[in-house]
Design a protein around this ligand. Structure first.
Ligand code: SF4
Length: 684
């Protein structure tokens, strides 16, 4: 029996993995842990099935002259990668090679990948799929607090809240064990959910004397300005807190004055009385939280929308007050750690800026290279995938052919590269178009650490041996660096790499220097920053000061904008996309689990009965959804829970939701506008 954590989302539920080698069986069971309290969702319960997926990659593959992938030895595959990378670099320069990482990689792998890009490939062009998932909240967190940690408090703190405003997150489907932490606030009638659909989470609020606010897609920012307007008008803001702990309040107060309730109701479709009721629930709470998810973040004005949520929380005096706060619910398993240690285009380990000379000197010292040899800042994920000069790309733990916006265009660009190298555990849709496919270990086959949505560092432990010729990604990167002529040291052992990561992060914002495998294995709960071996970690941030130069939270006045792809005569409906209980992200893992497929076996188009009647469609009828990017056909699912002007599609399948979505991005964070685009729908 080996104690580890779930391979999927950022809740990182604790589980034990047991094996019966004679029967060839591996099973998981839940463990008690502060976040999941002994719970697992369907995905966690069935996670062992991915270990024995029928099409698990067990040896390398190389695309040969006949255009097809063929089984290959590691030597042949690595030789091919080396030869082609060197050829691309010789002809087009080092900037022609890029790296696309993943928010599911362990801290050690994310760190090593960033180092590999900067030191072995010497390219600035690295980014990762966390850009799709976390970047607007990260940008707004840095803007306001000077630091980005999803939850700056332990999840269990939510249990005592009198009010929780949950914006754009369907945790009842995406992280079901988290719902236990909302039981108290539900009982007290203080759960307020903002979602254009009556999601499973919205139903939890509405069914328990809470509130479900169902705004027009893309108007969350207006709604937040309206809530703050009401609080100001009713003089229910925390003046003492604003005076002592914030800056910028005067401009924010002025900016919300034009968003009176009737105007907000007109723009958002949320009745004035409901808006006032929601403001009253928040203002009347002794302890309250404002939490955001992808629903309000994945927009071209996502950073400003999160800033508006933060402003609201600050006006109520919540962040940095025990028992209250603002937080962002990280999605991917290591979405938090993945963005702290060098996968992001502009960052070095420890959440350091790659443009800061002191940070470059520190990290270069740990890596044993000249700071001037480190490349500068790259570009965010969408721009990286579109970059004209890109000729070769490494993809690690990501499936952008399904998960990126405007996915058909992404597929075309990846197919046109001189070299696409994919490291993965199964033949995902992106792996299927690779030139070289390298099979690597997955969660229960490897050692490492993950950082959960609370900023708590957790141990992932090896429970089973990988099949066939599968290798650990750390050793693959070591070997590639060596073959590319890099003389810098790269560790192959996860513990050694984590120790190096600790030194590289030391003194940075996300300081892991005091976190070691021994402390984690002894059961210590260590949240970063943890700068020394005798430091207890920091479960609650901002209690005395924020991480800004002045120590005060910076409030930013923000203005709403229209969606980049707005309604028009030929596209009169909003499309919103999201996740289902039984599938995870691009589905590369969960679509290989028969039990999960029985619950969710393909895409659908959720629509209101009024729209279905207008289209002449009934439940199960095929409908075609068309956007400016493409079209897809799926069965209709009729539900009174969605707005009549909106359709919803899950994004877990190839050729479905993301062939429609827009790759316009937020100007601050680079996050794509997954959550709202204009479509037409007709019966197929
Ligand atoms: S997918 Fe998330 S909520 Fe479900 S078991 Fe895994 S960590 Fe827990």
């Amino acid at each position: 029996m080996t104690d580890t954590h779930c391979p999927y989302c950022a809740l990182q539920c604790a589980m034990s993995v047991s094996t019966e080698p004679a029967q060839g069986r591996t099973q998981v069971g839940p463990r008690d842990f502060p976040t999941n309290r002994g719970g697992l969702c369907q995905k966690g319960w069935t996670s062992a099935e991915v270990l024995r997926a029928a099409d698990r990659l067990t040896h390398p593959w190389v695309r040969r002259a006949d255009g097809r992938l063929h089984p290959a030895t590691w030597d042949e595959a690595l030789d091919r990668v080396t030869r082609d990378v060197l050829a691309v670099q010789a002809e087009h320069g080092r900037d022609a090679v890029g790296v696309f990482g993943g928010g599911g990689l362990t801290n050690e792998k994310a760190y090593q990948l960033g180092k590999f890009a900067r030191v072995a490939l010497r390219t600035p062009y690295i980014d990762y799929n966390g850009r799709f998932c976390m970047s607007s909240a990260a940008a707004a967190g840095n803007r306001a607090f000077g630091l980005d940690r999803g939850l700056p408090f332990p999840l269990a703190d939510l249990g005592d809240a009198d009010a929780v405003l949950l914006l754009g997150s369907n945790v009842a489907d995406t992280m079901p064990p988290l719902v236990q932490h909302l039981a108290g606030v539900r009982e007290r009638g203080g759960l307020v959910v903002v979602d254009p659909r009556r999601s499973a989470t919205a139903a939890l609020a509405a069914d328990a004397a809470g509130l479900h606010l169902q705004p027009v897609p893309g108007t969350d920012l207006v709604l937040l300005l309206g809530l703050l307007h009401v609080l100001v008008a009713e003089d229910r803001v925390d003046h003492g807190y604003l005076e002592a702990r914030t800056e910028g309040w005067a401009a924010v107060r002025r900016s919300v004055s034009e968003w009176w309730p009737a105007r907000v109701a007109d723009e958002t479709g949320v009745p004035e009385s409901t808006l006032r009721q929601a403001a009253g629930v928040l203002a009347g709470a002794r302890n309250a939280y404002v939490l955001t998810g992808r629903g309000v973040e994945q927009h071209t004005h996502g950073t400003d929308t999160v800033s508006a949520a933060v402003n609201l929380a600050l006006a109520l005096g919540l962040p940095g007050r025990p028992g209250s706060g603002y937080g962002c619910l990280t999605g991917q398993g290591n979405g938090q750690g993945g963005r702290e240690h060098g996968q992001k285009a502009d960052q070095l380990p420890g959440y350091r800026s790659i443009e800061d000379p002191a940070a470059r000197a520190h990290v270069a010292g740990v890596w044993g290279v000249d700071p001037d040899a480190l490349p500068g800042k790259g570009v965010p994920a969408v721009e990286l995938l579109k970059r004209q000069g890109l000729r070769a790309l490494f993809v690690h733990g990501s499936n952008p052919v399904v998960s990126a916006p405007d996915a058909t265009a992404v597929r075309r660009r990846l197919e046109a590269l001189d070299l696409l190298v994919v490291c993965d555990v199964v033949p995902s849709e992106t792996a299927a178009i690779a030139d070289v496919l390298l099979p690597v270990t997955q969660w229960a086959e490897e050692e490492g650490t993950m950082t959960n949505l609370e900023g708590r560092v957790l141990r992932r432990r090896r429970a089973v041996h990988p099949p066939g010729e599968v290798r650990d990604e750390l050793s693959v990167l070591v070997e590639l660096a060596r073959r590319l002529g890099c003389t810098a040291h790269f560790g192959t052992d996860a513990r050694e790499v984590f120790e190096e990561l600790g030194r590289a992060s030391s003194g940075g914002v996300a300081d892991y220097a005091g976190i070691g495998y021994d402390r984690l294995d002894a059961g210590e709960a260590l949240h970063w920053p943890c700068p020394a071996a005798d430091h207890p970690g920091t479960p609650r941030l901002f209690l005395d000061r924020f991480a800004t130069p002045s120590g005060r939270a910076r409030m930013t006045a923000v203005r709403p904008g229209r969606p980049a792809d707005d309604l028009r005569a030929e596209a009169p409906l909003f499309l919103v996309t999201g996740r289902l209980l039984a599938q995870y992200q691009s589905g590369a893992q969960t679509r290989r689990v028969p039990t999960l497929n029985r619950s969710a076996d393909g895409p659908f188009v959720e629509m209101h009965p009024q729209l279905a009647t207008r289209l002449g469609a009934e439940e199960g009828d095929l409908v075609t959804v068309t956007s400016a990017r493409g079209e897809t056909t799926a069965p209709a699912r009729v539900s009174r829970g969605i707005r009549p002007d909106t359709v919803f599609m899950p994004f877990h399948w190839d050729g479905a939701a993301n062939v429609l979505t827009n790759d316009a991005t937020d100007p601050v964070s680079g996050m794509p506008d997954f959550k709202v685009c204009a479509v037409s729908v007709v019966r197929a």
